[in-house]
Design a protein around this ligand. Structure first.
Ligand code: PEP
Ligand code: MN
Length: 335
């Protein structure tokens, strides 16, 4: 971290700042120029409050030279993290495909979708038992019954399960679920993230609608700091000035995050698309950008879906999309 001081700083305040930093284990290296003095701070500055220093009278500005995320930072862990779930691999050059309905609606629905996506080559089954909705009056999922139906679908197909958890108190209900998903609305639910850090289950951490990469990685850091390194980042579309789709899928996050972090990055085009007609193109864009996988919404009868029908692929459309995704992934791996 670098602290740029204002011209002719008050000596007493400067001495106070330096001793406060030293007390926190930071060594301070001043560089005195003709018009400006700069303090170079060396040590673990992740706990130092930049805003507090910026607010001091004698300080002109403060800059971080090192990212505040340590566990997620590729600088300290150059190799890709590889997370294995069943026969699927997230990271390290594989392409993991998660598919399923937005919400578990009935036994018939989840079994039919599970069989279809398995046959089409999905690696994991996704279905929500607890679905966050913008309206409290909309269908919120089947709850515990939804979890029971997911377990039945795993029994029939062998596909590992992905489902969304909203609150740390739900953890016992998710004991049998293979991968826990944190939805966009909960990316900064720090109590939940901390609780997930104490589990050993892989976590899919979706990006919030309006969050920066750094905020997203700091949320991953919450989980990792608790001892759980199995975090998969999932881009699902952000809020921009463009209203025509549900969100703007930020495909650029894939190559950028690949530089910043060793964690796997997947994309969820269904949450961003607004219409199933865009899902395939967006999924292919993610694969071409180097994503480690995708999560696609599939429904046996989209017209009658209780949630997200307009963005759901039929099993037939899903099959075609899978083929193109696998082809693209193979192609870019050959690069
Ligand atoms: C979902 O896709 O099931 C979901 C809840 O999405 P998001 O959290 O990205 O809105
Ligand atoms: Mn969604």
């Amino acid at each position: 971290m670098i602290v740029i001081l204002k011209d002719r700083p008050d000596e007493e305040q400067l001495a106070g700042l330096v001793s406060w930093l030293k007390d926190q284990g930071i060594s301070v290296h001043p560089t005195v120029g003709s018009s400006q003095t700069i303090l170079g701070l060396v040590g673990d500055t992740s706990r130092i409050d930049m805003d507090l220093i910026s607010a001091l009278d004698i300080v002109s500005s403060v800059k971080r030279v090192q990212e505040p995320y340590k566990n997620a930072n590729r600088k300290f862990h150059p190799d890709d993290t590889v997370i294995r779930v069943g026969s699927a691999r997230f990271g390290g050059g594989a392409f993991a495909l998660i598919a399923g309905p937005s919400v578990v609606e009935s036994e018939e629905q989840i079994l039919s979708v599970a069989e279809a996506v398995k046959e089409a080559g999905a690696d994991l089954l996704k279905g929500l038992a607890f679905k966050p909705r913008s309206s409290p009056y909309a269908f919120q999922g089947l709850g515990i019954e939804g979890i029971r139906l997911l377990l039945l679908a795993r029994e029939k197909t062998g596909l590992p399960l992905v489902s969304e958890i909203h609150d740390a108190s739900q953890l016992p209900l998710f004991e049998e679920i293979d991968v826990l998903m944190v939805g966009a609305r909960n990316m900064q639910n720090y109590a939940l993230l901390r609780a997930l850090g104490k589990t050993d289950k892989p976590v899919i951490l979706k990006r919030g609608f309006s969050n920066t990469y750094e905020e997203w990685l700091m949320s991953a850091e919450y989980i990792m700091a608790g001892g759980n390194g199995k975090v998969i980042l999932c881009e699902r579309g952000i809020r921009t000035f463009e209203p025509s789709a549900a969100g703007t899928l930020d495909v650029a996050c894939v190559p950028v995050l690949k530089e910043l972090t060793h964690l796997p990055v997947i994309i969820d085009p269904s949450s961003a698309a607004g219409s199933y007609t865009f899902v395939g193109s967006l999924a292919r864009a993610g694969a071409a950008a180097g994503a480690d996988g995708a999560m696609l919404g599939v429904h046996n009868d989209p017209m009658r879906a209780l949630c997200d029908g307009p963005v759901s692929l039929t099993p037939e459309r899903f099959r075609k999309t899978v083929k193109s995704l696998r082809d693209i992934h193979k192609l870019i791996m050959e690069e």
